[in-house]
Design a binder for this molecule. Structure first.
Ligand SMILES: Cc1cc2nc3c(=O)[nH]c(=O)nc-3n(C[C@H](O)[C@H](O)[C@H](O)COP(=O)(O)OP(=O)(O)OC[C@H]3O[C@@H](n4cnc5c(N)ncnc54)[C@H](O)[C@@H]3O)c2cc1C
Length: 298
């Protein structure tokens, strides 16, 4: 049995909301991924990593969902690089860099999720993303072909990459030259302290809801704050007081509550400040109208 039917997605996402996937496959090697893609015969599918950046609709999704595991969860340490599978947790890579005195990974400190999700999102800080460290990345096309990509080919940008949404990242190698152990440890601790002090780690969320809009507003949280949405609650979903760009699930939040807060925030931002916010989080299973209402690609 290669597919599980009617699988609840909420437990697989960090926000803990959302409905079912009609079927879900867990490829544990490139060969099994190729087999599952062949089963799909060109039909549409979605890849879920750690679900730390994904909001699933209460209605669930119509596509098949793939969750990588097994051989895709691996971390190999070489002299000047770290090789990681797509199912490897980002913190595993970051901890290895810190413990092994490898420089260049403070920007990923305290970022939850998997390497696959990080590659799709070009996860990182405002000015550095994971693709800045990528030496090569392997992806599988829906036809089952393996393609090795460099950053130049993937064309990373702020929270995204120019690689077909249908390509499944399988893993890659990331430059990690040795550095000064104490300085690296301090830099990681400092970054972690800053993130934990200013962002929300004690409640389920997807991190930053909106991309930073650019001048005159440097950060999306400033916009959300200016239009009075900080602290606004709908059902069990709340725009957190601590960080206005985070929406948290206080218990039994529904995706429609979160979507409602997003629609209201975007409407106010447009009307009051002329700022057209764009979601950073990925939205799955929503209607075209709902996607348009939050400024997501429909
Ligand atoms: C408290 C908190 C702090 C955060 N801080 C940051 C931060 O500082 N910087 C930052 O960039 N993000 C941050 N995030 C967001 C999140 O951690 C990142 O976007 C992370 O990369 C998501 O990884 P994931 O595996 O959970 O992705 P998912 O949510 O599972 O997926 C995200 C997207 O990637 C795609 N995807 C997943 N795996 C693959 C794959 N193998 N191949 C192809 N596509 C794939 C999915 O289809 C989806 O479109 C934060 C989130 C939280 C909750």
């Amino acid at each position: 049995m290669r597919w599980e039917a009617e699988v609840p997605l909420a437990p697989l996402t960090r926000l803990r909301v959302g409905g079912l996937a009609p079927r879900l496959g867990r490829p544990d090697s490139p060969a099994s991924l190729r087999g599952l893609l062949a089963d799909l015969a060109g039909g549409s599918f979605l890849v879920l990593g750690g679900g730390a950046n994904t909001l699933v609709s209460d209605a669930g999704v119509s596509e098949a969902v793939l969750v990588l595991e097994g051989e895709f969860d691996r971390l190999n340490v070489a002299e000047t690089e770290l090789e990681a599978g797509a199912a490897t947790q980002i913190p595993a890579l970051v901890n290895e860099a810190r413990r092994g005195a490898r420089s260049g990974y403070t920007f990923l400190e305290a970022v939850p999720g998997t390497i696959g999700g990080a590659l799709r999102m070009n996860a990182g800080s405002t000015d550095t993303g994971i693709w800045d460290r990528a030496l090569w990345v392997d992806a599988m096309t829906p036809a089952g072909e393996t393609v090795r990509l460099t950053a130049d080919e993937a064309k990373p940008r702020y929270r995204g990459v120019e690689v077909s949404e249908e390509w499944v990242f399988m893993g890659g190698a990331f430059s990690a030259p040795p550095g000064d152990k104490e300085a690296i440890r301090e830099a990681h601790l400092e970054r972690r302290r800053l993130k934990v002090a200013t962002q929300v780690y004690d409640l389920p969320s997807c991190g930053s809801t909106w991309k930073n809009p650019g001048p005159p507003f440097g950060s999306a949280w400033e916009v959300v704050d200016r239009v009075g949405m900080r602290g606004v609650r709908r059902g069990d979903a709340v725009v957190t007081e601590k960080h206005a760009n985070f929406i948290a699930n206080m218990g039994e939040a529904r995706a429609e509550d979160i979507l409602g807060l997003m629609i209201e925030t975007r409407r106010r931002s447009l009307d009051e400040l002329g700022v057209d916010l764009e979601p950073e989080i990925r939205l799955w299973g929503f209607t075209r109208d709902e996607l348009r209402a939050v400024g997501a690609p429909a």
